[in-house]
Ligand binder design. Structure first.
Ligand code: WTA
Length: 656
């Protein structure tokens, strides 16, 4: 976050109370009610979650124990039997919701489709049967590499239905990145599409899958199921590649949901960390179903009349928890949009809001800042009066963007829920409840009931009010990640050892810096580790460095982020070249393209600077702090006496 942003946040005094009529009709109606729930949950979390689990979800068999906590490993609803696809579909079919819209899909260019709960159920059952026919069994992993089309959600729910954990890979990731994820998850089947639409262009998804698994690159993959979307020419390998519409035609729509153990793995989702290798975050069934259901219901105050739209991609946790599982478990109408705002269509989001009468709209601060730049005449030219709640996620929102969102999009009447959470947490951790918690621009406000959050130092001591520290969670919650896939040790090291346990108290280390004000409100300041937040996407500095050094011209690379007006942060790479290579603009472009090939467009460096050497300590460690200062065009902050060769800094400043 930039210094100006931090300063404006520190001075932020504005408070917005929930409108009285809104509060009256909300699930959680007042600060007192929130406080009562919070206190009740803190006093007896197991009882709190058990009551909700019983009331809100269908179980084939009740659990014998609510929580088994062997730090840092938690099991929730031990021996309970449940299926999240059943909770998202079947149970609504015996009610009037059977013919309610489950998914409204607005595609590109100009396509659209609505699936009722009955229709969605039918397609999910068919795809589940097709998966079985292709040899997928309970416990087998399925890779999903899809555009934003209903079949992405159908594939996820079909996996959940038969107990095959899915691993969705964002369609913007390159074939290299896809390969690494499919290999780690040992996926048996990949569900993909011929292509997808992204900003007026076709993304050749099936070609990427072919590249990823070429030359037996991912030996575990036996079959590929291909959804027809863009109709461009693709290769179909006989015996291995199958068109979904061909197999769907012969597939039965009868596929009872498999009763799963509450702790059976529901999905793996890869996210960036401090090393080059992405982590497979593991989520299980019962606790995740409950927590995403309840957070979605209370934080978005979901009602049956709502048209709910989350603009994320299903390839990220936000898409998992708050496009698919949370809303559908609640029987809500969830809108999926394949497009994205771009210069050729700057009003597209507002057209969608107007067309479908969207009532709840959830997006990222980066998008809001981009809209500010595009001009308020675009939203003002549309009727946005259906909106009643706005949400943001993914990165800290600066107060100016918050105010614009509130006034221009929300017409000054819609509460804003700024939801802080992570791939690892599964669901919202710190968020306003819109009828209960007054909001302050830039603050995610208060923890959700059942979440014991604190700002601490590295010894686990709470830091005083308004002092910066590390955001930590001090008690397990139902949708917490269970482990890093195949690597319990990495799970322990990454999340539970930065702040060592003391007196039996464990601290989940979120990797974010934050402070708490005198009202107990949380203000998230951003990552404190080597993870960057580029336009709300998590990217590890090491991932980009590994991509760069895999190019023959690069001897060494150091990657930092620098503040960016729209994206929040942008990638800045310092590179030293191998002897025979000369710096040039052409080489810069080639290296940027190389990163795109290795990771994907989201990781394309904004700037590359060539250098003779990188600033290092005498023990050979790169001093990133200095590089961050240089990238941001600031004076160097901190002690330079530990540096091995001071002349390096001058050369870097001049740079090429
Ligand atoms: C950041 C996305 C400030 C944070 C759901 C976190 C936020 C990382 C907020 C997780 C917010 C997410 N305010 N920062 N409301 N929400 N973040 O795993 O740094 O893609 O650690 O999950 O995004 O990113 P992830």
């Amino acid at each position: 976050m930039s210094r100006e942003t931090i300063e404006s946040i520190l001075q932020e005094k504005r408070l917005f109370s929930p409108p009285a009529e809104f509060a009256q009709n909300a699930h959680i109606k007042s600060l007192e009610q929130y406080q009562e729930l919070y206190d009740r949950a803190a006093a007896d979390p197991e009882e709190f979650w058990a009551q909700l689990a019983e009331k809100e979800l269908h179980w084939f068999q009740k659990w014998d124990r609510v929580l088994d906590w062997q730090p840092p490993f938690a099991k929730w609803f031990v021996n309970g039997k449940i299926n999240i696809s059943y909770n998202c579909l079947d149970r609504h079919l015996t009610t009037w919701r059977k013919n309610k819209a489950a998914i409204i899909w607005e595609g590109e260019p100009g396509d659209s489709r609505t699936l009722t709960y009955a229709q969605l159920h039918r397609e999910v059952c068919q795809m589940a049967n097709v998966m079985k026919q292709l040899g997928v069994k309970k416990g087998d992993r399925v890779g999903i590499y899809m555009p934003m089309i209903p079949e992405a959600a159908i594939a996820m729910l079909a996996c959940a239905r038969i107990g095959a954990p899915h691993s969705v890979v964002f369609g913007g990731f390159s074939s290299e990145a896809l390969k690494a994820r499919l290999l780690d998850a040992q996926a048996k089947l990949v569900v993909t599409a011929d292509g997808g639409w992204r900003k007026d262009q076709i993304v050749p998804l099936k070609d990427s899958v072919d590249e990823a698994i070429a030359h037996n690159g991912v030996p575990s993959v036996e079959n590929i199921l291909v959804v027809e979307r863009t109709k461009q020419k693709i290769h179909m390998e006989p015996g291995r590649d199958h068109w979904w519409h061909d197999l769907q035609a012969g597939a039965s729509a009868d596929c009872p949901a498999e009763p799963m153990n509450s702790e059976d793995m529901l999905f793996i989702l890869y996210t960036s960390g401090t090393t080059g290798k992405p982590k497979g975050v593991v989520h299980t069934t019962g606790g995740y179903n409950l927590y995403t259901h309840v957070t979605c219901k209370w934080a978005f105050d979901l009602k049956d009349t709502d048209v709910y739209w989350c603009t994320a991609d299903v390839g990220w946790i936000t898409g998992h928890s708050y496009i698919v599982y949370g809303p559908l478990s609640n029987g809500a109408t969830s809108l999926m949009y394949e497009g994205a705002p771009r210069p050729s269509n700057p009003g597209c989001f507002w057209d969608v809001v107007e067309k479908y009468g969207v009532t709840i709209f959830y997006t990222a601060p980066t998008a809001i800042r981009a809209f500010i730049k595009m001009g308020e005449h675009h939203p003002k030219a549309r009727n946005l009066s259906s909106l009643r709640i706005l949400g943001t996620v993914g990165e800290p929102i600066n107060p100016e963007a918050w105010m614009w969102y509130h006034k221009i999009i929300g017409g000054g009447r819609c509460p804003i829920v700024d939801t802080w959470w992570q791939t690892e947490t599964g669901g919202f951790m710190i968020t306003p409840l819109p009828g209960a918690i007054p909001t302050k621009p830039g603050s995610a406000t208060l923890p959700f009931p059942g979440i014991i959050a604190d700002i601490v130092d590295l010894e686990g001591n709470s830091v005083p009010t308004n002092r910066g520290g590390y955001l930590a969670i001090k008690y397990p919650w139902p949708s917490m990640m269970r482990t890093v896939y195949g690597d319990d040790d990495r799970f322990r090291r990454t999340y539970w050892e930065h702040i060592p346990p003391k007196d039996g108290q464990y601290f989940y280390f979120a990797g974010d810096g934050a402070r708490k004000d005198s009202d107990g409100y949380f203000w998230i300041m951003g990552r404190v580790d080597d993870v960057m937040n580029i336009a709300g996407h998590r990217i590890g500095t090491m991932e980009v460095e590994s991509a760069l050094v895999s190019h023959p011209a690069v001897a060494e690379a150091a990657v930092v982020s620098r503040p960016d007006e729209v994206k929040g942060e942008d990638i800045f790479a310092f590179v030293t070249l191998e002897g025979s290579y000369q710096p040039s603009e052409k080489l810069k472009e080639e290296l940027k393209q190389h990163v795109v090939k290795e990771i994907g467009t989201i990781a394309r460096p904004g700037e590359i600077r060539f250098a003779d050497a990188l600033p290092k300590t005498r023990s050979g460690k790169i001093i990133r702090r200095f590089l961050r200062n240089l990238a941001a065009g600031q004076d160097l902050v901190g002690d330079i006496s530990t540096m091995e060769d001071l002349s390096v800094l001058d050369k870097l400043r001049e740079g090429t």
